[in-house]
Ligand binder design. Structure first.
Ligand code: ADP
Ligand code: MG
Length: 245
């Protein structure tokens, strides 16, 4: 089965968010499938994080619908609360709980018996090569290690959808490519559908199965990275991609 035939995991339809009379998210529709990384790519201020927050349920849209596995989870009348959306979140600053150990952070959103949680925590920490830091605290870790804890924590409850907002921007340039590749490998092993927000074309080209190019609140082009890169929709898209070297 090709990716195009798998049923959509996440569908957003005609999402609109207005701030101060301005449509910062302006009629955005997107379909995301399991096992795929979709990059929402665009310059700072174009509405990427607002779109992500509406999908997570921490921000309410003014109009439009969100569906997960074909079921409506949010429109203007009805809303499944964020904690019941089976969505994993990862942000630029990682937002680890400083007072919890690495194990405590990864176990945070887990349900089940103590033993079940421990098995999942140990499995994920081994997978991200942090077993020896299981009892460490976030401040004792490097930026790259904190990123891996945040990734393990977000994936621990086996989310249906993984939302990542600029999750590599805070990292040292030297480490970033390796961490991107490691993250991508782990995401592909898990069953999540991934929506990755970035303002860096290079990152989208490296990680995406599909790119949705966003500008001024709208998706102006969508497709496979190679197609979006080689057939830019307009001069602004050419300029935006010319940053890649
Ligand atoms: P991006 O993530 O692409 O950089 P954002 O979604 O954060 O963009 O922001 C899009 C626009 O909406 C920006 O102009 C921003 O200033 C504005 N904005 C975001 N959140 C709010 C808010 N809570 N109140 C008012 N304006 C906001
Ligand atoms: Mg943002």
């Amino acid at each position: 089965m090709t990716a195009g035939q798998t049923p959509p995991r996440l569908e957003i339809r005609n999402l609109v968010r207005v701030f101060d009379g301005q449509r910062v998210v302006d009629d955005v529709s997107l379909t995301i499938r399991a096992g795929q990384v979709t990059c929402l790519l665009g310059p700072s201020g174009c509405g990427k994080s607002t779109t992500l927050r509406m999908i997570a349920g921490v921000e309410m849209q003014d109009s439009g619908e969100i569906h997960v596995d074909g079921k409506l989870i949010c429109d203007t009348m009805f809303r499944v609360p964020p904690e019941r959306r089976e969505i994993g979140l990862m942000f630029q600053d990682f937002a680890l709980f400083p007072h919890l150990s690495v194990a405590g952070n990864v176990a945070f959103g887990l349900k089940g018996s103590r033993e079940e949680k421990q098995v999942r925590v140990e499995e994920l920490l081994a997978r991200v090569s942090l077993s020896r830091h299981i009892d460490s605290y976030p401040h004792q870790l490097s930026g790259g290690e904190q990123q891996r804890v945040a990734l393990a924590r977000a994936l621990a409850p086996r989310p249906r959808i993984m939302l990542m907002d600029e999750p590599f921007s805070g990292l040292d340039n030297r480490l970033r490519d390796g961490i991107r590749d490691d993250t991508l490998a782990l995401l592909k092993e898990e069953d999540a559908a991934v929506l990755l927000v970035t303002h860096e074309p290079e990152e989208a080209m490296r990680m995406a199965d599909e790119i949705a190019l966003m500008r001024d609140g709208r998706i102006v082009q969508q497709g496979a990275p190679y197609n979006v890169y080689t057939r830019p929709v307009d001069k602004a898209a050419v300029a935006f991609f010319s940053d890649i070297n």
